[in-house]
Design a protein around this ligand. Structure first.
Ligand code: SF4
Length: 395
């Protein structure tokens, strides 16, 4: 049987295979030795070994440029136009949560104030901001304006290198929201089709069309964003290899700076978490062919892989890979995945990840909007642990 369809990553467990490669490179091991370790000790396929080596080298170049006191800021807006069948995030349909948006933003602002105090006290430098969720652009442009005003007025952003909003759903992207994002210096946005096949979009509960993807992209191109990312998923229900190849061809034709190729993973909390045949999920060998097609096409059209992660219950035991062109690798994605710097996070379901050398600890926020509102003070107080962890108690 083809090695790709069995266990492409062999017995290399964990969601961050590249982190191990980066460590070996930092420890001074030569390429040949690292490849031998991957292939012989962990039974990683030749293809995935080459992929991990390539990404590790690109990441190391980016990491060299990140200051020691750098941190990323993550902000969660947990609302979406509708719920996708594979979603396991804390996100709620915006239509059901209208009354909660304003109180949510107000509680979020207090949490941002707390983070600001910590950043100042510990002399940290924010190098990247990532607003995700959810779909941050599902809130009104006025609400988005208030949020971005708050962020840009609260923090010293003189060291900021990347400001991302995961606009995500094309049906939430409007001229006024793009204007607001541009006004506050957002320079990286995502417009995520997931599939460029209307029948699939309908099946997975996206409630937008391929036409809307094209329109949102065309609109966004009229603004001066440094980077547009587009996410796609291999292994969506009832999609064939040729339908997925069509998605890849259509997205590469648009030439966004970043394309992130995910492999479907079946999360416990997702609606799709049921019998694989019933859900219409493709076979592992088809998913492997999809990923292989995507990687071939992207690398032949000027994209290079710059970060990678794996998930539990991922189809074909494969991976998710971010590609970039014109030297635009996502800094937040690399810092997050390689765990080289802390990420201070605010909002529902947000996880603050503290990194000190090889030690990593997490502070979790609650995953429900109502609960977050009730326990907002507690969420802020939990962040006092950051002082303790970084061993720099304020006087
Ligand atoms: S857009 Fe993302 S966060 Fe929103 S429902 Fe779909 S998968 Fe979940």
């Amino acid at each position: 049987m083809n090695e790709q369809t069995t266990a492409p990553w062999g017995n290399l467990v964990g969601i961050r295979p590249v982190k191990r490669v980066v460590k070996m490179m930092n420890d001074g091991l030569c390429d040949e030795k690292i490849e031998t370790v991957l292939k012989q000790d962990f039974a990683v396929s030749s293809e995935k070994t080459a992929l991990a080596m390539k990404i590790a080298k690109i990441e190391l170049e980016v990491m060299k440029t990140i200051p020691k006191n750098a941190v990323s800021l993550y902000i969660d807006i947990p609302f979406c136009p509708s719920k996708c069948v594979y979603c396991s995030f804390a996100s709620m349909p915006v239509s059901e949560m209208k009354d909660f948006i304003e109180p949510y933003l107000n509680a979020l602002y207090l949490e941002l104030d707390k983070i600001k105090t910590i950043v100042t006290d510990l002399n940290l430098e924010i190098v990247s901001i990532y607003i995700g969720g959810g779909t941050p652009t599902s809130i009104l442009s006025l609400e988005l304006d208030n949020l971005l005003y708050k962020i840009t007025r609260t923090f010293d952003l003189s060291g900021l290198r990347e400001f991302t909003i995961e606009a995500g759903r094309p049906d939430t992207i409007t001229e006024s929201k793009l204007e607001v994002m541009q006004k506050y210096g957002v320079d990286r946005i995502s417009i995520n089709p997931q599939s460029m096949n209307d029948k699939t979009l309908e099946m997975i509960g996206r409630k937008h069309t391929v036409e809307q993807v094209y329109k949102a992209f065309e609109l966004a191109k009229q603004y001066d964003f440094k980077c547009i990312n587009m996410d796609v998923i291999a292994g969506l229900p009832k999609e064939t290899v040729s339908e997925f190849a069509h998605t890849i061809d259509a997205v590469t034709d648009l030439e966004p700076e970043n394309i992130t190729v995910h492999t479907m993973s079946i999360k416990r909390a997702a609606k799709l978490n049921q019998d694989r045949d019933f859900a219409g999920l493709p076979e592992d060998f088809d998913v492997a062919e999809m990923i292989s097609y995507a990687h071939g096409k992207l690398q032949n059209t000027g994209y290079e892989p710059y970060y990678l992660y794996r998930q539990k219950n991922i189809l074909g035991d494969l991976e998710n890979t971010g590609f970039s062109r014109r030297n635009t690798p996502g800094i937040y994605n690399i810092c997050m995945m390689e765990e080289i710097r802390s990420v201070l996070s605010a909002g529902v379901g947000a996880v603050t990840k503290l990194v000190r050398g090889d030690r990593i600890e997490r502070i979790f926020n609650v995953k429900d909007v109502r609960e977050y509102l009730k326990r907002a003070t507690e969420m802020r107080e939990r962040k006092n642990y950051i002082y303790e962890f970084l061993n720099l108690e304020v006087q």
